[in-house]
Write a protein that binds this ligand. Structure first.
Ligand code: NAD
Ligand code: TYD
Length: 351
């Protein structure tokens, strides 16, 4: 199977490219703009593999997307290209609107033109999977779960831009018959995540004995899923999902931010020199994120029952392995800290 992956040089996209090429045996073309969040070193194992090609470019570039589709003739597109950090969307939303909304719009336009020109058989095989987030549903109270039928209620510029893109995808399915699918996944963790997100940021700051900034009271809850489980869910949705359907994907694994930071400290303490203070002493409660969603939790029973997907990786083990990966791979993240992001607080509204 030949697939166009967009955003394949990011955290989830690179994991998906490695999985599709190395484990599934797909041919992949990866279209990525290479923003600050991308890193081709995450794809080093695929270099020279004839089943993998990289194109640097923007999903907003209509001619480029059209020519890739024409020349490569993929059986589908999996769209992961996006601006993804909530705090950056508070600092400035323009790139979120451009990539997440207009970029998805352009991909839909190009996909539709390509799909229209396919033979009847190829048309029925083609799929467009849009990778989205559970954040489009806004914040939950203390009980309940997001369902596929939950009302869209995004609260941040990031989640609003992802919600907009989901609506466009649904419109292209209903109006033009484009065979689309959507996944709405909960928070991911694992190796190769850019160190602006909670888990890698806390591991790296903890390793370097820097303060660990917990927003507000740290009691906000996320449903954490290992990135490997996510990419396996994406492949399952792409190959077995019902056209026009959205699928929620989650880890059945609700954790407060504070409990995650404490767990990271506990693991790092295993490696600390004898007699030195516990990393727990680095925890600092700082000003809350504006508009901070309190709780996300996913009911992933549709994908479990209809497509037979369930998370395989245990969180305690997955988190420990992720911490150990960051400890062993400083040569991967240190250049990112040096060149792109020095770990400073983002997303506070001043003035
Ligand atoms: P990421 O920020 O690590 O990577 C995004 C990638 O998209 C980067 O390689 C970047 O260069 C590329 N990109 C950005 N703008 C582009 C453009 N205009 N054209 C081409 N490429 C562009 O993101 P991620 O965490 O890997 O997330 C991937 C997708 O999964 C996103 O759509 C995100 O909304 C979704 N998602 C992420 C999570 C999570 O916890 N990380 C959870 C659910 C859903
Ligand atoms: P993040 O990794 O940015 O993902 P998202 O906002 O998409 O869920 O943040 C996860 C949670 O961690 C979120 O509730 C905000 C919180 N957080 C902190 O408390 N401190 C931090 O330094 C960061 C980056 C996040």
């Amino acid at each position: 199977m030949k697939l166009l992956i967009t955003g394949g040089a990011g955290f989830i996209g690179s994991t998906l490219c490695r999985y599709l090429v190395q484990q599934v045996g797909c041919e992949v073309i990866n279209l990525d703009k290479l923003t600050y969040a991308a890193d081709l070193r995450s794809l080093a194992v695929l270099e020279g593999n004839p089943a993998y090609r990289f194109v640097q470019g923007d999903i907003l570039d209509a001619q480029l997307v059209a020519s890739i589709l024409r020349e490569f003739q993929p059986q589908g597109i999996i769209n992961l290209a996006a601006e993804t950090h909530v705090d950056r969307s508070i600092e400035g939303a323009t790139s979120f609107i451009q990539t997440n909304i207009l970029g998805t719009f352009n991909l839909l336009q190009q996909a539709r033109a390509f799909w229209d020109g396919l033979s009847k058989d190829d048309k029925s095989e083609f799929r467009f999977l849009h990778v989205s987030t559970d954040e489009v549903f806004g914040s939950l109270g203390q009980t309940g779960y997001f369902e596929e039928t939950s009302r869209y209620a995004p609260t941040s510029p990031y989640s609003a831009s992802k919600a907009s893109s989901d609506h466009l995808v649904q419109a292209w399915y209903h109006t033009f018959g484009l065979p689309t699918l959507i996944s709405n996944c909960s928070n991911n963790y694992g190796p190769y995540q850019f160190p602006e997100k909670l888990i890698p940021l806390m591991i790296i700051k903890g390793m370097q004995d820097q303060p660990l900034p917990v927003y507000g009271d740290g009691q906000q809850i996320r449903d954490w899923l290992h990135v490997q489980d996510h990419v396996e869910a994406l492949y399952r949705i792409f190959t077995k999902g019902r056209i026009g359907q959205s699928y929620l994907v989650g880890g059945h694994n609700e954790q407060s931010n504070l409990s995650i930071v404490r767990a990271i400290c506990e693991r790092l303490d295993h490696y600390r020199p004898e007699g030195s203070a516990s990393k727990q002493a680095l925890i600092q409660f700082v000003q809350d994120r504006p508009g901070h969603d309190r709780r996300y939790a996913v009911n992933a029973s549709l994908i479990a029952h209809d497509l037979g997907w369930k998370p395989r990786l245990n969180f305690t083990e997955g988190l420990a392995a992720t911490i150990d990966w960051y400890i062993s791979n400083q040569d991967w993240w240190q250049p990112l800290i040096d060149k792109s992001y020095d770990g400073r607080r983002l997303g506070l509204i001043t003035g």
